[in-house]
Design a protein around this ligand. Structure first.
Ligand code: ATP
Ligand code: MG
Ligand code: MG
Ligand code: MG
Length: 462
């Protein structure tokens, strides 16, 4: 008997044949003549209905068939008489592979809140919601690689453990092999990292960008797609301690090209989700957010609004809405400001550019006025910042001045500076937070609900 997924069976037009399907029981209902078992194997949001006649399956043989138990069912795939499904399985053999005691099983049919599911995160992939989220997550990861591959980019794996802390001040997870108790000390009485594994302090990467730039200034068009780590204690619905970032970096691109890429990339990904994940999106739309599908289609069909930081500050200053943090030229925008621009003012995604140099990183290219840099943040409804990027400073002298201004030690980045010393070239890139993309595409409200395993403060059971 060929092994088939529920997805394959539900699409099948080849009826009245013997099939074998395995999966987990979502619900069981019925009467004394017949039992209906809704079986899900994770391949799709939909369940297949297994029909068990009481004559063949007396109640005592179905004892283990309860919500959450795992079954192997053999039977005949037939057209369904009932509403809601085209086909069903007329069971001939039901084997319980794993029981789930109804007294104990934490995922009973009663509505389970997302907060509750966060506490039993090891079981939540078995819910419809997390099944949908995880399948969409997979589809988006695949679409990202496909997009770059189709457009001639090379996938570069940047280091996870790194000695570069360019941007991570205060947000880094340190990595060390020195003993916690009585670590070796140097002459000055400080921990002697020369005796550490790499001979210097190291940490988990907060971004692959600087290393990505090295590769872009050799291969032309590259992207990274890997885990990044930030020990941010902020308990927001948008921040995780471990998240994935997609970072394209392109030689000879300027800020304009960078915006074009970001916009085309995001719209392609959303379009991919709409064509490849219609059932999961429909489920999330119906279950959580009736505007989800409209919002996704809107992004695909409409260009983003582009304006400068300075123009945005003017809009925010004259806005009727009272903000918790007042806006003034030179201050970083808060999520409330970003969301006002996107959700209230323009009612579409926004790309903000040319931020004051003081609030952006040292590597961004200085504008002619000497006050702003060629930065861009892409802001999305319900999210705020989804992408941060810039054209990079390719001029060695200007870069060194910026590093001094921002107190970035030159000796730590000698390797980075070499790219400007030898054959420097204009280039630009950005970072897209993968989970923020998934938040947008799934319409979920909290970033903690779009990751397979919890990674936020006080949450690492596994
Ligand atoms: P924010 O202002 O939201 O804190 P950021 O400006 O610190 O973000 P960047 O350093 O620009 O973030 O990183 C690039 C992208 O990575 C962001 O646009 C966002 O999509 C994502 N990102 C940043 N920090 C986190 C985090 N802690 N958890 C999840 N995604 C994040
Ligand atoms: Mg941040
Ligand atoms: Mg930011
Ligand atoms: Mg940013």
């Amino acid at each position: 008997l060929r092994k088939t997924s529920v997805q394959d069976l539900l699409r099948s037009t080849d009826l009245d044949r013997e099939v074998l399907v395995r999966g987990w029981v979502r619900t069981r209902r019925g009467n004394k003549y017949v039992q209906f078992i809704a079986l899900n194997d994770g391949s799709t949001i939909h369940n297949i209905q297994v029909v068990a006649d009481a004559e063949k399956f007396p109640e005592e043989n179905l004892k283990g068939v309860t919500t959450g138990s795992c079954l192997a069912v053999r039977g005949k795939l037939v057209a369904s008489q009932g509403k809601g499904q085209a086909v069903e399985i007329q069971a001939t053999e039901i084997e319980v592979l794993g029981t789930a005691d109804p007294e104990e099983y934490p995922l009973q049919k009663k509505a389970t809140s997302l907060e509750y599911l966060r506490e039993i995160a090891h079981l939540r992939p078995r819910t419809n919601t997390f099944g949908a989220v995880l399948r969409i997550r997979h589809a988006m990861a695949f679409a990202i690689h496909q997009y770059f591959n189709d457009h001639g980019y090379f996938y570069v794996h940047t280091p996870i453990i790194t000695g570069s802390d360019a941007e991570g001040a205060g947000q880094m997870f340190r990595v060390t092999t020195l003993p916690e108790q009585n670590p070796p000390l140097d002459d000055a009485g400080q921990v002697d990292y020369k005796q550490d594994f790499f001979g210097k302090p190291t940490n988990l990467t907060v971004s692959g960008q600087l290393e990505g730039e090295l590769a872009a200034l050799a291969l032309g068009k590259i992207y990274t797609f890997g885990p990044t780590f930030r020990a941010e204690n902020s308990n927001t619905a948008r921040h995780l301690a471990e998240f994935w970032m997609i970072e394209p970096e392109v030689a000879f691109n300027d800020l304009e090209d960078n915006m074009d890429l970001a916009e085309d990339f995001l719209r392609s990904l959303v379009r991919y989700a709409l064509t490849h994940c219609p059932d999961d999106l429909q489920f999330l739309n119906d279950q959580y957010d009736k505007e989800l599908l409209n919002r996704l289609k809107f992004v695909v069909d409409n260009e983003f609004q582009r304006l400068t930081y300075t123009e945005a500050v003017e809009i925010l200053k004259s806005a009727k809405q009272k903000f918790e943090f007042p806006v003034d030229w030179g201050t970083d925008l808060q999520s409330e400001h970003e969301r006002y621009l996107v959700e209230k003012h323009f009612k579409k995604p926004v790309i903000l550019t040319n931020y004051p140099k003081e609030i952006k990183a040292f590597y961004m290219k200085l504008d002619e006025d000497g006050r702003t840099v060629r930065a861009m943040d892409v802001l999305f409804p319900g999210i705020g910042e989804i992408i941060g990027g810039s054209q990079r400073e390719e001029d060695l002298t200007k870069l060194l001045t910026r590093m001094q201004e921002m107190h970035v030690p030159e000796e730590d980045l000698w390797w980075y500076l070499d790219t400007r010393r030898y054959g420097t070239a204009p280039h630009a890139g950005f970072g897209l937070g993968f989970e923020r993309l998934i938040l947008f595409v799934t319409g979920m409200a909290n970033i903690r609900d779009v990751i397979p395993f919890p990674r936020f403060p006080k949450s690492a059971e596994f």
